[in-house]
Design a protein around this ligand. Structure first.
Ligand code: ZN
Length: 400
């Protein structure tokens, strides 16, 4: 990524990331935290200010002398585009460097459409947004794309994704790069949402956590030592397809009794519908939506409450397994199922308390994501992370 070549210098990279994470921060404090002599910090920050990546942003508290000038990231110096291509919707956003969404668009899609039509739609929209928001294309770092996994990309760049716009042996990254003339980074949606938490959300100050995406499917993104763990073959985190009952219902993956055959937005809707029909409160022909379920909860439907509690228990089993495997510092739950509120999450927490053996694991904080669309934000973060990450291969010595 052309942009910030000089950030690939180790010392400069450490400095900018300290400003990003701890800012607003004074030069004296930067020098103290990083162990870099103050004159060097001053020269380096001048370069960052000159490149408009950092701005002077108010005055700090004095420790006797003059009040120090504070430095922050200039969030509007560059922008990133995040796109979430789901099976039933395409969502996209432009964010600044601090993850603030400048513009957000969503469109329902049919999984029967061609991926090329979807990409054309995204392209048209991005062009429109850039004009509307008066953002110069040269300020775009790239495009991050979150898609359902697994992404088994061949060395030639061909991928096949099950049940996804008929994507079979398609060089998706190349198609996107050609369409946008920008660098494109692809990743699995749960990984991407975990990165959004790590960079902008509840996981900013936490180095080891697991993000659970509880939605139409169940996925997870694992952050270890501050970084996303992708596994040996890039297929980590598919907890939705961990087996809960090997004699259970068949999952769309072909196996039987996967976690997501017990809990998902679809399953909750289906279970409420089934109960209402059984009790003669509804005709079998009327199809409910997930929004209906959220509404039923708000008006105190006991049938819905029971289904939601049960769903929480099943996800609790999955989360308890994750805690037993990884002993993370915390679990962050996101996705549409968290719209089911405290009833759902408390039911999940109870199962974790009773199923995790270790005393520490039982008290693992289980918190709810603040983001309504972590995948889009995380997709934008993919690009920002790439820009802000020190890469040994590209290292250059920063000249004082
Ligand atoms: Zn499965």
């Amino acid at each position: 990524m052309k942009i910030i070549d000089f950030l690939k210098d180790y010392q400069m990279n450490t400095l900018i990331n300290c400003i990003r994470e701890q800012g607003p921060i004074s030069r004296v404090e930067l020098s103290r935290r990083l162990g870099i002599p103050q004159p060097t910090v001053t020269r380096m920050t001048e370069k960052l200010i000159q490149e408009q990546l950092v701005i002077e942003n108010g005055l700090g508290n004095s420790s006797g002398g003059r009040r120090p000038v504070l430095l922050s990231i200039n969030s509007t110096c560059f922008y990133s585009i995040g796109v979430a291509i789901g099976r039933s919707a395409v969502k996209m956003a432009i964010t600044d460097l601090c993850g603030n969404m400048i513009s957000y668009q969503t469109k329902e899609t049919s999984n029967q459409e061609s991926i090329i039509d979807i990409i054309d739609y995204i392209k048209d929209h991005i062009e429109k947004i850039l004009v509307e928001e008066e953002i110069e294309p040269s300020k775009l770092l790239g495009i991050g794309v979150g898609i359902p996994g697994p992404i088994n990309e061949s060395s030639e760049g061909f991928i096949t994704i099950p049940n996804f716009y008929d994507v079979r042996n398609v060089p998706l990254r190349r198609i996107l790069q050609n369409a946008f003339s920008l660098p494109v980074i692809l990743d699995v949606n749960a990984n991407v949402a975990a990165l959004a938490e790590r960079w902008f959300g509840r996981g900013v100050r936490c180095n080891n956590f697991v993000y659970i995406m509880a939605d139409a499917g169940i996925g997870s993104g694992i952050i270890i030592n501050g970084e996303l763990y992708r596994g040996g073959t890039g297929e980590s985190g598919f907890i939705g397809h961990s087996t809960v009952d090997m004699f259970g219902e068949q999952c769309h993956c072909g196996n039987f009794g996967c976690l997501e055959t017990f809990v998902s937005t679809t399953k909750v809707v289906m279970n409420v519908q089934k109960q209402l029909v059984m009790k003669g409160l509804k005709n079998s022909g009327e199809n409910l939506t997930f929004d209906d379920i959220v509404h039923f909860l708000q008006i105190g439907s006991s049938i819905t409450q029971n289904v939601v509690e049960e769903a929480g228990k099943f996800l609790g089993v999955g989360v308890a397994n994750v805690i037993s495997f990884f002993d993370p510092e915390m679990i962050i739950v996101g996705g549409r199922l968290v719209e089911l509120g405290d009833l759902f999450i408390d039911s999940l927490r109870k199962v974790v308390q009773s199923h995790v053996i270790g005393y520490g694991g039982k008290s693992t904080p289980i918190i709810v994501s603040d983001f309504t669309d972590g995948v889009v934000l995380g997709a934008a973060a993919l690009v920002i992370i790439e820009a802000f990450t020190y890469c040994m291969d590209n290292s250059k010595v920063y000249e004082n």
